[in-house]
Structure formats: C-alpha cells, structure tokens
Write a protein that binds this ligand. Structure first.
Ligand code: HEM
Length: 512
C-alpha cells in the first residue's frame, strides 16, 4: 500500500514532506505557541481589509449568514441587486466558509476590467478561495494554459471538427444505452461520461482519450481537488502545513496526480514516436514551455488535470442543462433538426462549415445559459493594491470582489419576459440589432457575463461552443427526447454555484 511519503508531492516547494513526519510531539508545541499569535495577526489583517459597504443579512448572526449564503444565495443576491439598482455601489456578503467577499455594482465592470493584474488578480482570488496551495487548484500552469488555449487551440478549431465529430460518435456509441424504446437516461451522468472522452481527444489525443481510467481520472480530479479544498479550508492557515498530510482527501488527490504523471510519461513516449498525429493541447503546451517541461511529467500532469478542471465539468454541466431544456421543450427540437439538416445538406455533412450556420442552435444554447448560468456571480478578483475608482469608491488591498451577474439575466427591464424560456430570443436580438457578434453563445460583454469579463474571460469558450454543438447535433439526429413527467429536472444552487440536477432523468428513444 502507498504511504504518504511514497506519493510524490504536488504541493509548492516550500512544503518539504521530509521535514515533518516523525516530529508530532514538537508539532503540538509549535502549534500551541503559534495559534494565539496567528489569531491576533488574523484579527489585525481582517481590520486592514475593512471595506466601507453594508453587510447583507446583517440582522443574522454569522452562522445564519453562512447558511443563508449556502442555501438561499438567490434570495440574498436579489436583495443586493435591488439595493444596487437603487444606487448602492457595493455590499458585503458572508460566504459559506465564513469569509467575507464584496459584490460590486455592475456599473463598475467597464472600469474594473481595464485594471491590470497587479491591481486585480484572478488567479490569486481562486487560489485563496480554494486554498490552492493544498487543493492544487490554479497551479502555476494556469497562465500558460490560457495562453495555449488562445494561441493554438482556438485557431485550430476548424481543423479539429472532424476529430470532434468522430469522438462524439464513438463516445455516444460506448456510453449511451441503445434506447430502442423510450428509455430513462440520467443525462448528467451521460455528459460526465462522454465530455471527458471528447475533450481528451483534443487535449491528449488518441489512444489515451479512450482509456476508461483516464476518462474517469480527468473527470474526478475536479471533484477530488474541491474535496481537498473543503477539507483543508477550515484549518487555520498556520496549521495547514502540518495537518494537510493527515487529510484523506489530500491523500486521494495526490494518488490521482501521481497516476496522471504515469499517464503523461506514456503519452510522451507514444506521441514522440508517432509524428503523423495531429497536434493536440499536450503538444502545444510542450512547444510553448520553457526548457525542462518536456521531461517534467509531474508538471505536464498538473497542466492536463488543470485543463480538465477548467473544461470538463463546466462543459458537461452546460450541455446537461441544454438537454434538460430540450426535453422540457420538445417543440424546439424539430426546428433545430430542420436547421441542422439544411446546413448539413449545404455543407456535405457535419463539418467546420456547418457549425457557423447553426444560428438557431446558437440562440437556444445562449438562452439555456441565461436560464441556467453556471454561477450567480462573475469577475472574482483579489484586490492586490488599494484601488480608488473614478467615483471615489475605495477597494482596499486584500478584499475579494465579485460582480453579481445572475440577477441581470432575470431583470424584466433588460429582458422581455425573462421567466419565459425563449429559444430564439438571441436570434431575434441578432437580427434586430444587426450585430452578429454581440448575442452569440461565445460573446463576452457586459450583457453576457457567462464567460467572465476582460483579459481573463474564458479562453476555452470557442472550443466549448464547437464541442457542445457537435454533441447536440449528433444526439438530435440519433434520438428523440422528452421530459419525464413533462418536467425539467430542477437545478441545484449551493452558494453561487448552479448545477443541473445530477440525478435528473429524461426519456430517450432512437430515431428510426
Ligand atoms: C461551458 C463551458 C465553460 C464555462 C461556462 C466556462 C466559464 C469560465 C469562466 C466564468 C471563467 C472565469 C473568467 C473570469 O473570471 O473573467 C473561465 C476561465 C477559464 N476557462 Fe472556462 N469555461 C468553460 C469551458 C472551458 C473550456 C472548454 C476550457 C479549455 C479548453 C476553458 C478554459 C478556461 C481557462 C484556461 C480559464 C482561465 C483564464 C485565465 O486565467 O485567463 N474553459 N471559464
């Protein structure tokens, strides 16, 4: 059996496993000494972070505010949104773990997104909120990955469509039941089975993309990393370097990372010996890395699992939402199929020229995202220098800011009948405004905050767009679907995160 020491550590160099282990007695003394000091220091730092903004639900005690944020975040944000509409610049919320974050009025987005990374930092905000030094979320590879996605993956997308189509077909064939008659299918589970395979085709290439263990690993790393984050977070920052080694969640995570490293070693050998293969993220990341990366399989493993974390659950959740919406609105299906069949006839099959013709599908996808955004807030950033905004609003160094996005999608002043699921809403907006770029699924602007904003807006959205369109196209051509009991499975909202019901079921039947 593995001991913790035999598992390679993926933690930052500052934590040396060899230094600790046998010294538990000393650890207790050190901890007893450090705790009161660190408490005082934290109180002091907390004061430093004081921000002049009202605290939502301040009539409740801290425990009740944490609960409210976790289980009634929509209600809490509704209150904040009303206040922001009445002119409030920003407000504070107590989050699920008891830390405070600031939510800024949407009007500041334009100004905020122009600020440089040394004022407002995206990676640091995620690192702090997920305790990234231990959970490994937002490792040092994050910046590199964003650059490679923008510079290599997105420009290669047209060339990659045939590979996507092939992998979508293979994954559906492997994972979906035959559905000769109406069959109940757990759609979220299906998407979490096929999206890792399809993504892996473009991230690590063949044959690893079809290895069932890699499919499982690249999907489960995300869950394991967040479990590790939840396990370490309640511990005082000064105790974390001691306790992390005893947390089962962190052991599991390290085993997964060690296994990912073994996989990378194999991929490197396999891809190195086969020069005919199309380039994939694995190759591009290597090509754009400093010397040493090529043989550093630990870093390559970290880069691949980080890519999976950014790409797999997000895309699986979005496509599950869309399939739940289609099942609940079967009248949309026929129109989408018709558009697809016309486009395929014009372009001789499903290929790079077909996707831009699917304007109804694009509108439907964006409406599904409006009705089911992946998060209720956006633009999470750590303030790394004191900032005074143009109107004098002061953001002190050390606070984490966000911008409320979800309430805008349901504001009747901005959207006609926002409660209605209107699949062609964005198609009409595109036609009315004559703007083809503003209302597309991939658009990122102050009205469409699904992908974040500014220089860190999701670079993977163009890939997600092609991947989801191919998945929907293939499923719509192969199957009929309808909602069980005529009802769409209800979303689950925890804190600011919105997930499709993981157990949600839809009826599917193979088309004749
Ligand atoms: C429907 C699927 C997806 C959703 C909803 C989504 C959403 C987001 C959001 C909200 C952000 C933060 C932006 C900000 O705060 O301004 C982000 C960042 C990021 N996403 Fe996505 N994403 C998706 C798919 C993908 C895919 C498929 C990839 C990779 C191919 C990817 C790679 C990234 C990366 C690398 C970042 C960090 C960007 C940076 O550090 O500058 N995402 N994504």
């Amino acid at each position: 059996m593995d001991t913790l020491r035999s598992i390679p550590t993926f933690l930052p160099g500052k934590i040396d496993l060899e230094t600790y282990g046998p010294r538990e007695i000393h650890v207790v003394h050190v901890v007893a000494f450090l705790l009161p000091i660190s408490y005082l220091l934290l109180v002091f730092l907390q004061r430093q972070k004081n921000v002049k903004a009202p605290l939502l639900a301040s009539e409740l005690d801290e425990g009740s505010r944490k609960k409210k944020f976790t289980f009634q975040c929509l209600e809490l944000l509704q209150d904040g949104y009303e206040k922001a509409k009445a002119g409030l610049s920003m407000y504070r919320v107590t989050t699920s773990d008891g830390s405070e974050e600031v939510l800024l009025n949407h009007k500041y987005l334009k100004e905020l997104k122009e600020l440089p990374d040394d004022c407002l930092n995206f990676i640091e905000a995620i690192r702090i909120s997920t305790v990234g030094d231990y959970s490994t979320i937002t490792s040092s590879s994050a910046e590199h990955m964003a650059h490679v996605v923008k510079s290599d993956l997105t420009p290669s997308l047209p060339k990659l469509v045939p590979a996507l189509v092939e992998e979508v077909d293979l994954s559906i064939e492997r994972a979906f039941p035959k559905c000769e008659d109406w069959t109940v299918v757990k759609m979220n589970k299906m998407m979490l089975d096929i999206i890792p395979q399809i993504s892996a085709r473009i991230f690590v290439g063949e044959p690893l993309c079809r290895d069932l263990r890699w499919i499982e690993l690249s999907r489960d790393y995300t869950l394991e990393a967040f479990a590790a984050s939840r396990a370490i977070k309640p511990w005082h920052p000064w105790l974390r370097p001691f306790v992390y080694r005893f947390l089962p969640e962190i052991r599991v995570l390290h085993k997964t990372l060690a296994e990912a490293k073994e996989f990378m070693t194999k991929v490197a050998i396999d891809r190195g010996s086969n020069t005919k293969k199309d380039n994939v993220m694995f190759d591009w990341m290597k090509a754009r890395s400093p010397a040493g990366y090529e043989t550093d399989y630990k870093r390559q493993a970290m880069a691949q699992v980080s890519l999976s974390l950014a790409a797999i659950h997000t895309t699986s959740m979005a496509s599950t939402h869309m399939l739940y919406d289609l099942a609940a609105h079967p009248e949309i299906i026929e129109e989408l199929r018709e558009e697809l069949e016309v486009a395929m006839a014009e372009t001789n099959g499903l290929n790079k020229d077909t996707l831009p013709k699917l304007k109804k599908m694009d509108s439907f996808m964006k409406e599904s995202q409006r009705a089911n955004p992946s998060g209720l807030t956006t633009f999470k950033r750590l303030v790394t220098k004191d900032i005074t905004l143009k109107d004098g609003t002061f953001l002190p160094k050390g606070v984490i800011i966000n911008v409320d996005s979800s309430m805008r999608y349901m504001d009747s002043a901005l959207y006609e009948d926002p409660e209605e699921f209107d699949a062609w809403r964005y198609l009409r907006l595109r036609e009315q405004t004559g703007s083809s770029s503003h209302h597309q699924f991939v658009s990122s602007n102050p009205e469409s905050l699904f992908w974040g904003q500014g220089r860190h807006a999701c670079p993977g959205r163009f890939f997600a767009n092609s991947e989801i369109k191919v998945v929907l196209a293939r499923l719509l051509l192969k199957y009929d679907l309808t909602a069980v009991g005529g009802l769409r499975p209800k979303n689950m909202v925890f804190g600011t995160s919105v997930s499709p019901n993981p157990e949600g079921e839809v009826f599917m039947k193979a088309r004749g």
